[in-house]
Design a protein around this ligand. Structure first.
Ligand SMILES: Cc1ncc(COP(=O)(O)O)c(C=O)c1O
Length: 377
């Protein structure tokens, strides 16, 4: 099969990134520390209104660190929305804990706070051990329902860890995404709204916790010239060269968000009338980045079911994908506890992600719409 002509969410890079990368190279700081790492952390911190930031080699590494920082370990449970990318759940297993998968709300596609409330009340009544943390996922650029979740978890003192890997640039009740959880995680891998080719960040309001993250991410080296080690650490810091890319990318975050939002608006206008099609729409309290435009195709109404639409796009060399396969349906997590799951299953069975990159041209978007309209119109 030839490579796609139109990609789902390719890196959007240009001269600014090339220059920043070369300048970092010339500076001689070819290491997982240096002025670009500091500058990237400062810029991210400003963007999210002053949270402390530790940039990492991946979002997955940052998730792992967040769980270590909250002392999650063997024998602990962590609540995780079932509709997510596997990295969210895997990080829980890295620390020896078990994920308990929670279905999502049908409107926001994010963790259903009412299922969390029921589970915590039931565990508490039974005198059973409570989950050590709740991980939220701001899916496809849309924040979770933090206000309701806080009401639910606060009486039990359970921390919210925010997986905002897909949502940099989104707003929750007017606030930048990344400050709603006690700790939050971003990803800058190749398909994200800004990319460092590979990279991530851990964000938190507690300076001491984020400073501990920096230490853990550099093999937990003690401040001694002879390499003293007291605790287990990791090699999770972002390279200075890649941080330079991140600084350059961040400059155009607003343009990137607006481009993705415009794609979603256009797709809905062009395709929203097709029988069985419904586009995911942000909740009143959210401003999504629409990192990926997503829609459901109801097979009971649609002329062409989702698979046929995906097939038509593939034949036209356009990259599109089903929505995430829920974790409770993954062989890897067979046997894991799961609270509900029918909403996520339906989103998985009917959902499609359309090309949404910030460099996608209007003519390419038209092409996508033409292919879908002729397959499903
Ligand atoms: C929801 C979610 N969590 C975590 C990750 C992991 O980030 P990374 O690829 O930077 O490790 C990703 C994306 O890759 C993601 O989409």
């Amino acid at each position: 099969m030839s490579p796609p002509l139109i990609y789902l969410s390719p890196p959007d890079v240009g001269d600014a990134e090339r220059e920043a990368l070369l300048a970092a190279f010339e500076s001689g700081w070819i290491a997982p520390l240096g002025p670009s790492v500091d500058a990237f952390e400062r810029s991210l911190s400003e963007l999210v209104g002053g949270s402390h930031v530790c940039v990492t080699s991946s979002g997955t590494g940052a998730l792992h660190l967040a769980l270590v920082l909250k002392n999650v370990g063997q024998g602990d449970e962590v609540l995780v929305p079932t509709l997510t990318f596997v990295a969210t759940a895997n990080a829980v297993r890295y620390v020896g804990a078990e994920p308990v998968f929670v279905d999502v709300d049908p409107e926001s596609w994010t963790i259903d706070p009412e299922l969390v409330a029921e589970y915590l009340a039931e565990r508490s009544r039974a005198g059973a051990k409570l989950p050590k943390a709740v991980i939220t996922v701001d899916l496809y650029g849309h924040p979770a329902d933090y206000e309701r979740l806080r009401e639910v978890v606060q009486p039990y003192g359970i921390p919210i860890l925010q997986d905002a890997a897909e949502a940099l640039g989104a707003l929750y009740r007017g606030q930048p995404v990344g400050v709603q959880g006690e700790l939050a995680v971003l990803s800058f891998n190749g398909n994200k709204i800004i990319t460092t080719s590979g990279g991530g960040a851990l964000l938190g309001r507690d300076a001491a916790l984020v400073s501990r993250a920096r230490k853990l991410a550099t093999q937990a080296r003690e401040p001694a010239s002879h390499y003293e080690h007291v605790e287990l650490g990791y090699n999770y810091r972002l390279s200075n060269l890649l941080a330079a890319l991140g600084v350059a990318q961040l400059q155009s975050l607003t343009r990137r968000v607006e481009a993705r939002r415009a794609h979603r608006a256009h797709y809905e206008q062009a395709l929203g009338h097709l029988p069985g099609f419904s586009f995911f729409t942000e909740r009143p309290w959210a401003r999504s980045t629409y990192w990926l435009t997503t829609a459901l195709i109801d097979p009971n109404v649609a002329v062409a079911p989702r698979e046929k639409v995906l097939g038509a796009l593939e034949a036209a060399r356009i990259e599109a994908r089903p929505t995430w396969k829920p974790m409770h349906l993954q062989p890897l997590y067979q046997g894991a506890r799961s609270l509900g799951g029918t909403v996520s299953r339906r989103i998985f069975e009917q959902g499609i992600c359309l090309p949404s990159g910030s460099s996608l041209k209007a003519s390419e978007r038209h092409q996508v719409c033409d292919v879908i309209a002729s397959a499903a119109g």
